[in-house]
Design a protein around this ligand. Structure first.
Ligand code: HSE
Length: 399
């Protein structure tokens, strides 16, 4: 592949796919400067035709056209969803083509297997854009911070929910209106419940954890709570406490185990994550040697995500497969993951009336049930009066 122009096929020509075509075209000179060669988009796979697009002549509808063309070096998968994205990724790797993706669902669910297949075939499988949108975080974590032991990761990992929470906190915008805006701006997933209910953030904390530890936790085992039930009353309480409500994805070490969760948190204004608003993401990583590092930038959107994808293309052009340094993950045994109850403080907000929801990972249930309870070890502190139904479990470990 060296010195030859990289021949690329795009799977998907939606928001991100069209962004990748734009970045490769408009910034071709930057790619040539960085790699010594250009990148040529030969095919774009999509169900639709785009007669008015400058790329109309590259549109194909049959994946076999791509996988059977020996001149295609790199397949960039931006289809979303597990299927057929997973099957197309496997087939591309089997055919000896490197694969780049922004698809968190495929990486979190099948990353171990796909990295192993890539190594077996002597090609690369890269997914910088799958976490943090345009923020370079996976490559720094696996390369620049490789001599560190990562202790904790706390991240605002979903742009859509951060946009919604920010709009609600600034007042006057309902949850539904803010979600609509995020969809119009191209931030939300095809099925926005992946954003709103926290599953997208769970996949991202799984990927970050695997990059930090080499262990892939099954995303279906991560306790997840989204922002669907956050109300203006919660936002007011947060403000009164000088906090922001943020949807946080967390990874921590508990002795030899890991704890992962996704939940809305009251984050103190002292914490840099509290001031990360709109579509921006932030990933706060604490390591034994470096201490805390914050990665910050646009967590979703056409060009930021496309830029991260093209950074993987530059990586492939400059670093061909090397068996000694190839990334490999191991699927973590079930006992690796311990309950979030073993990892710090918990806060519940109570509202009057409704029944208590069963959440196996909500270890604090107040007898008095008329307050926000913060628990640290055996000590419980009442920090605000409310009503009596727990509407959300807030982790206070960031305070
Ligand atoms: N829907 C995702 C988000 C896109 O809002 O963060 C970027 O992964």
């Amino acid at each position: 592949m060296k010195n030859k122009q990289l021949t690329v096929a795009l799977l998907g020509f939606g928001v991100v796919g069209s962004g990748v075509a734009q970045v490769i075209t408009e910034n071709q000179d930057r790619i040539v400067d960085a790699t010594g060669r250009g990148a040529d988009i030969r095919y774009i796979l999509d169900l639709r035709d785009f007669p008015d697009s400058p790329f109309a002549d590259r549109i194909v509808h049959d994946f076999n056209t791509i996988v059977n063309d020996p001149e295609v070096d790199v397949v960039i998968e931006m289809m979303g969803g597990s299927h057929p994205a997973y099957e197309f990724t496997r087939a591309s790797l089997e055919a000896g083509k490197s694969v780049i993706t922004s698809n968190k669902e495929v990486v979190a669910n099948f990353g171990t297997e796909l990295l192993s297949l890539a190594a077996e075939k002597g090609v690369r499988y890269l997914f910088e854009a799958s976490v943090g949108g345009g923020i370079p975080v996976l490559r720094p974590l696996s390369q620049d911070m490789a001599a560190n032991r990562v202790q904790t990761i706390d991240g605002i990992l979903n742009g859509t929910t951060n946009y919604i929470l920010t709009r609600m906190a600034r007042g006057g915008v309902s949850f539904e209106t803010a979600l609509c805006e995020a969809q119009q701006k191209g931030y939300a997933e095809r099925d926005p419940s992946a954003d709103v209910d926290g599953h997208d953030a769970a996949r991202k904390i799984v990927i970050l954890t695997a990059m930090a530890t080499g262990l892939r936790i099954d995303p279906n085992t991560v306790p997840v709570e989204g922002i669907r039930y956050i109300t203006e009353a919660d936002v007011s309480i947060a403000k009164a406490m000088n906090c922001a409500i943020k949807l946080i994805g967390h990874m921590g070490r508990v002795e030899d185990h890991l704890t992962l969760w996704v939940a809305p948190c009251f984050v103190s204004r002292q914490n840099p994550l509290a001031n990360i608003d709109d579509v921006f993401n932030g990933v706060l990583i604490d390591t034994d040697m470096l201490g805390q590092t914050l990665f910050y930038g646009r967590g979703a959107g056409k060009l930021p995500t496309a830029g991260a994808i093209v950074s993987d293309l530059v990586d492939i052009a400059t670093h061909p497969f090397d068996a000694a340094t190839a990334l490999r993950w191991t699927d973590a045994p079930a006992h690796t993951l311990v309950s979030p109850a073993d990892d710090g403080l918990v806060c519940l907000i109570y509202r009057k009336g409704d029944a208590m929801p069963e959440t196996e990972w909500a270890p604090v249930v107040s007898e008095t049930a008329q307050a926000i309870i913060v628990r640290e070890g055996e000590a419980e502190t009442v920090i605000a009066r409310g009503e009596t139904r727990p509407i959300a479990t807030y982790r206070m470990s960031l305070l």
